[in-house]
Design a protein around this ligand. Structure first.
Ligand SMILES: [Zn+2]
Ligand SMILES: [Zn+2]
Ligand SMILES: [Zn+2]
Length: 256
């Protein structure tokens, strides 16, 4: 497998930063690293172009990063901040003249069918998104000969997926990970994990909980994502972190 090129398309929680109508110091910050679109990731591996989730900022993220080809979408779960941009894959349909494969577990597919019913119609209106749905479960699967291992994590009541590809693991929206799933992450050189804020939250890891997981998995480097304005300013929070842990920011690129 070639090195994996990762681009953080968005690193913010569901509201994004700045949050509408908020006058806090993070939302008012001039630091570009404090501007966070809704969470999503782009992966380039063996010449293939994958995204994990298509949130409400998908169109803007594809344009900003000049992504001109898409081979597949992997979904973590069905929440709107991870799915709302699906309609905008039409540009890729138009130029690639093919359906875009989506990979998700059955509950997520059911929700996509409700929210984007027109894309699943028997007699489709011309120009609707052209998608090809692949149902996955917790077993590893291949996309374009690349092995992808789902990591099942708890997001309050939901079982949702993170993904491991080679030495890279991406997990968002977790608030608990069982020991046997942590075993699947171990050995990753790079771990991306969600860290919402410092105060306890029902469905997301806090900064402290995310750092605990990093310690358990012990990757070379870890990046924190799905960040709320309540976490604090990028520059100040980064200074509190261990040497091998970084706050991700929109547009950050890393190679594994
Ligand atoms: Zn989310
Ligand atoms: Zn704010
Ligand atoms: Zn969620």
């Amino acid at each position: 497998m070639s090195p994996i090129k990762v681009t953080f398309l968005g690193t913010g929680t569901s509201q994004g930063i700045p949050m509408i109508a908020c006058s806090c110091e993070v939302c008012q910050s001039n630091d570009t690293r404090d501007k966070r679109l809704r969470v999503s990731l782009h992966l380039e591996v063996n010449g293939n172009s994958f995204v994990i989730d298509t949130g409400p900022d998908f169109r803007q993220q594809m344009l900003r990063e000049s992504i001109t080809h898409l081979d597949a979408v992997l979904y973590t779960h069905e929440h709107k901040d991870h799915t709302a941009g699906l309609d905008d894959i039409r540009g890729f349909n138009y130029f690639q003249k093919t359906a875009i494969p989506l990979y998700a577990q059955s509950r997520v597919i059911d929700q996509l069918k409700r929210e984007f019913a027109y894309a699943f119609d028997e007699n489709k209106y011309p120009g609707v998104p052209d998608i090809q749905v692949h149902e996955i479960d917790e077993k590893p699967f291949e996309v374009k000969d690349i092995l992808i291992t789902p990591i099942q994590v708890k997001h309050f009541l939901l079982d949702i997926f993170g993904y491991r590809i080679g030495d890279f693991t991406y997990i968002t929206d977790a608030n608990f990970i069982a020991e046997d799933e942590i075993e699947k992450i171990k050995g990753s050189k790079v771990l991306v994990i969600n860290a919402l804020r410092k105060a306890k939250h029902v469905s997301h890891f806090t900064l402290e909980e995310a750092l605990d997981l990093v310690q358990k998995v012990n990757p070379e480097r870890a990046y924190l994502t799905h960040i709320s304005h309540q976490l604090g300013k990028h520059e100040e929070v980064q200074q509190e972190l261990p040497n091998n842990v970084f706050l991700a920011y929109d547009g950050l690129k890393i190679t594994i």
